[in-house]
Design a protein around this ligand. Structure first.
Ligand code: NAP
Length: 478
């Protein structure tokens, strides 16, 4: 790809230096099929070198004064914001998301860095009153050590900063393996971190196609004390098994099957607006994307009509073009899954209110399916595409039971103007995050994460840094 974007770079980033090695693979723009740049395809020996450099950098980084660590993070944040246009362009060409969304992700991704730059000052310990006069009890919080992070392609920046920023703020060093479809954003921001003054070896980016081998090495290596993963539930379970061999601390941000309930007493216009926000970001490929719209029978027809009108307004195309709201899905496998879910729902009796077909290349028409039977795959599996799936229900209890009838528990949303119902339903939903009359819930200041098979741990907020700290109890005999 011809570009003037100086931040596009295919070299891995080990010990503050670029490294390509003998093998490479192409990163391809899903909107055009065009190769953007060749990226280092590292072997396990190279990954070990990155782990060693993170280990060597740790003693000095953990003892660097907090004011200095925090200042470096703030400069890193500022550099990301300064380079918004270049980073956003990289994200759009490697992931396919519309440029407007990529720019929002730069602000969102960078906000984790500024947030944790501040939180580094607040890693307080405790003094606990001793039950006896001959002892003093003190609790310290200390960085866990070398951390590994593995991130997905759907948020090439935010998933990186959500892990790397709290780790660095806590005093840990990091080896990051970004998704091989979108490694360029991670490499670009690692260079910006170096420019911001981060010492060599503190943050390493390793790239490679052997995700299974690299993942196993990161999860089993005894120099690594913590692994944080965002991606599919299947891979998360495998990493958890590997991590057991060295009893590593682990955080998992996994798949979802978010319900979005519209009650009879909801503000329908607000619900449609929230639905579009919660469904179509990144062409429906977000872990908090709504998978099932559960609509009460009294407003079902009205909601179905209004959301179909709103979906028909969405412009589909290459994310670099003006006004595009829905880009391609990430790859052929993703496209086939969307097609399969839509076909299966139609065969089982769903009606097509709009869309329903593959457009061209990796583009799928924004779609609304009505009256989907509960046996359809779309009711149970994460679709990860631009498809609104409508289910009818009669009572509040039925809606809550349907919403919770999944092994996942990441995000849930509901719309109601009845305050008592809002409290009841918010408490009954089995999810780590609940949007009440709101479809956009992600922010660096709130805890992001799931329950059940959607994960372990929280990212962002005052809780996020705990994932990278150990508690140490000191008992002083007097
Ligand atoms: P994925 O296939 O699990 O890949 C995620 C990352 O894991 C990539 O870096 C990938 O590398 C790597 N990987 C793949 N197979 C591996 C293995 N056997 N061992 C170790 N690492 C492995 O998931 P995805 O399709 O990219 O992402 C979509 C999923 O992520 C969805 O389920 C979505 O809901 C979830 N997600 C969750 C959150 C959250 O916060 N809960 C946020 C975003 C996405 P390669 O790219 O090199 O294959």
């Amino acid at each position: 790809m011809k570009t003037r974007n100086k931040l596009i770079n295919g070299a891995a980033f080990i010990n503050g230096e670029e490294f390509i090695g003998k093998k490479t693979f192409d990163v391809v723009n899903p909107a055009t099929g065009e190769a953007i740049v060749s990226v280092a395809d590292l072997g396990l020996k190279d990954i070990e070198r990155a782990i060693n450099s993170a280990e060597e950098a740790w003693p000095s980084w953990r003892t660097t004064p907090i004011a200095e660590r925090s200042a470096i993070l703030k400069r890193w944040h500022d550099l990301m914001i300064k380079h918004t246009d270049e980073i956003a362009e990289i994200m759009t060409v490697e992931s396919g998301k519309p440029l407007e969304e990529s720019k929002i992700e730069v602000t969102y991704g960078a906000s984790f860095v500024s947030w944790f730059a501040e939180e580094s000052y607040r890693t307080y310990g405790d003094q606990i009153p001793s039950p006896t006069a001959d002892k003093q009890i003190v609790v310290l919080r200390q960085p866990v050590g070398v951390c590994a992070a593995i991130t997905p392609w759907n948020f090439p920046l935010a998933m990186v900063t959500r892990k790397v920023a709290p780790a660095l703020a806590a005093g840990c060093t990091v080896v990051l393996k970004p998704a091989s479809q979108t490694p360029l954003t991670a490499i670009a921001v690692a260079h910006l971190a170096l420019a911001a003054g981060l010492p060599k070896g503190v943050f390493n980016v390793v790239t490679g196609k052997d995700a299974e081998g690299i993942g196993k090495l990161l999860a089993t290596n005894d120099k690594i004390r913590k692994i944080s993963f965002t991606g599919s539930t299947a891979v998360g379970k495998t990493l958890m098994q590997h991590a057991a061999s060295t009893v590593k601390k682990i955080s998992l941000e996994l798949g979802g099957n978010a319900p979005f309930i519209v009650f009879d007493d909801a503000d329908i216009e607000a619900a449609v607006k929230g639905a579009i926000a919660a469904k179509f970001r990144n062409a429906g490929q977000t872990c908090v994307a709504v998978n099932r719209f559960l609509v009460q029978e009294g407003v079902y027809d009205q909601f179905a009509e209004r959301i179909t009108e709103a979906v028909n307004q969405l412009k589909v195309g290459n994310g670099l073009e003006k006004g595009v709201k829905v880009g391609p899905v990430i790859n052929q496998k993703g496209l086939e899954k969307v097609e399969n879910h839509v076909k299966d729902a139609i065969e089982k009796g769903a009606s097509v209110l709009t869309g329903g077909k593959h457009k061209n290349a990796l583009f799928f028409e924004p779609t609304v399916l009505g009256d989907i039977p509960l046996e359809a795959k779309i009711a149970k599996e994460e679709t990860f595409g631009p498809v609104v799936s409508l289910f009818r229900f009669k009572t509040e209890d039925e809606a809550v039971a349907l919403a919770n009838s999944t092994e996942y528990g990441l995000a849930a949303y509901f719309y109601s103007d009845n305050v008592k119902r809002c409290w009841r339903v918010a408490q009954a939903l089995e999810a780590g995050m609940v949007g009440i009359n709101e479809g956009a819930i992600s922010t660096a200041v709130a805890p992001f994460g799931g329950i059940k098979e959607s994960g372990i741990g929280r990212e962002g907020s005052k809780y996020g840094i705990d994932e990278y700290m150990e508690i140490k109890y000191l008992c002083f005999g007097l």
